[in-house]
Design a binder for this molecule. Structure first.
Ligand code: 5AD
Ligand code: SF4
Length: 464
């Protein structure tokens, strides 16, 4: 059977497609199950929430296992090669399910969808539709079409000209949730595929963000994380990121504010002062990726700062914000990275005093400049360097977090533990803390004395 692959270019064209299917109503799902498999960053987690919300409006019912679903969507990540491989292996699993149940529909969204477009369907014919990161709102149309006829659909155009108007859709905000403030990235770090999979950088209007946060607070949210690939370059007319944070702190009832991810080049004194001024609300935790400790490598990465400038930012922030806690992202084995460059990265981890690091082997990505650099590093060297980095950091972080033992931290309780009689939450410095407690503590900020501090989790007891 030959199947046509049709490109749905702009949202404005989508109604034409649905019109072809006369008599379609909103009850496309008819109570059938939908399962979304999510990879990658928090942005994708938020996008999945949006997809579920849209599909619930069409009367699909979210299910926990793909076996119970009539519609499966893979919300994919392509920041490194590994998650892309996972998508393909998952497609393989779902193909077997489709052989047994031909009525099953399979869609791929997210960054691999954006990157591969029709190639995905050409390579994996069991996929029914593909949609890009800017086309989540076309999902109901794609799904409706898919259930009404068997024609394949692609919807992966960026809407470069459209403003970023996208109200937050979360099914259950819980105590802590995320609100998108920017999307896309214009930095073009030479290793990164994001500018190609998420498009140009855009900011949501300030008032939309404030309205979302106020609504979420009414639904029980206590802590908001402002989300974007590059939050510090937020801009709405004359409102910058520091102004936005001040507004969220003073014009909404949210108790705690966090943000991610920041670019060192945009982290300025004004932002540090704003964090210090509103420290009762803006949490003293900053995720500030440095990527490499070598100025030579940073230049080839197009990061627009030197090793010294990064360390100066850290010093400035430590001076302005008492108790500030940093985490960072690091890439090892970037093309041309020498042992000396790598030693600079190891030293930077120590000098920065990072309690948490997220470190990755460099992975060449499509469209990116660094993928074409000729001095690629072998897999063996990358693995060996990554192991050395983690070994060094494991020892260092054990020592660093010991200082918390005996301290009293303010913890916002988020949920119950699997272990009965226990709950967990986050400290102001973003440490996961477990303590004895009952579900009535959920949503409350309590004082907790830390009894044991491990790099990833703390244990403590309630201070009455
Ligand atoms: N290879 C390895 N790591 C990468 N990252 C982004 N692109 C790549 C790549 N090509 C890492 C960076 C970034 C984090 C989200 O993923 O450290 O900050
Ligand atoms: Fe990628 Fe660099 Fe943009 Fe971060 S700032 S999303 S690493 S291009």
């Amino acid at each position: 059977m030959t199947q046509e692959v049709r490109q749905v270019d702009e949202v404005s064209q989508i109604p034409e497609i649905t019109k072809q299917i006369e008599g379609i109503n909103q009850d496309v799902g008819q109570g059938r199950g939908v399962y979304i498999s999510t990879y990658g960053c928090q942005m994708n987690v938020n996008d999945t929430e949006r997809m579920y919300s849209l599909l619930e409006m069409q009367n699909f019912a979210p299910v926990d296992k793909p076996e119970d679903a009539s519609l499966i969507i893979i919300n994919s990540c392509s920041v490194r090669e590994k998650p892309v491989h996972k998508v393909y292996s998952e497609v393989g699993t779902f193909r077997k399910m489709k052989e047994k149940n031909p009525d099953l529909r399979i869609g791929v969204g997210g960054c691999v969808g954006q990157q591969e477009k029709e190639n995905l369907i050409k390579n994996q014919p069991m996929i029914d539709f593909v949609f890009g990161t800017d086309q989540i709102d076309s999902l109901p149309y794609l799904v409706a079409d898919s259930f009404m006829d068997r024609e394949k659909r692609i919807s992966a155009k960026f809407q470069h000209r459209a403003p970023y108007h996208i109200e937050t859709m979360v099914r259950n905000p819980g105590v802590a949730t995320f609100v998108n403030i920017t999307k896309g990235c214009d930095n073009f770090c030479t290793f990164c595929v994001v500018p190609y999979t998420r498009g140009r950088e855009k900011s949501r209007p300030l008032q939309h963000i404030l309205t979302d946060i106020r609504h979420l607070v009414k639904r029980g949210m206590k802590e908001v994380t402002l989300l974007g690939q590059n939050v510090n370059s937020y801009s709405d007319s004359d409102v910058d990121f520091a102004d936005l944070m001040a507004k969220v702190a003073t014009e909404t009832e949210v108790e705690r504010i966090r943000f991610t991810t920041s670019h060192p080049k945009d982290f300025n004194q004004k932002l540090a002062d704003t964090m210090a001024k509103h420290q009762d609300k803006i949490m003293e935790y900053i995720h500030l990726p440095f990527q490499s400790g070598s100025t030579r490598v940073l230049e080839r990465m197009n990061r627009i700062y030197t090793r010294e400038e990064y360390l100066e930012k850290i010093a400035m922030l430590r001076k302005s914000i008492p108790n500030v806690v940093f985490s960072t992202d690091i890439i090892v084995g970037f093309p041309g990275e020498t042992e000396e460059d790598f030693q600079d990265t190891m030293k930077m981890v120590q000098e920065g005093g990072f309690e948490t690091i997220f470190a990755f082997k460099y992975s060449p990505r499509p469209f990116t400049k660094a993928a074409k650099f000729e001095d690629q590093i072998s897999e063996e060297v990358k693995t060996e360097r990554l192991n050395r980095l983690f070994d060094m950091h494991d020892k260092m972080s054990f020592e660093l977090v010991k200082r918390y033992e005996g301290q009293i931290l303010k913890v916002l309780v988020e949920n119950t533990d699997r272990e009965e009689g226990k709950v967990h939450g986050r400290s102001t410095g973003n440490k996961l803390v477990h303590l004895k407690g009952t579900p009535d503590l959920i949503g409350k900020t309590v004082d907790v004395r830390i009894t044991r501090a491990f790099p990833a989790t703390f244990h403590g007891e309630l201070v009455q």
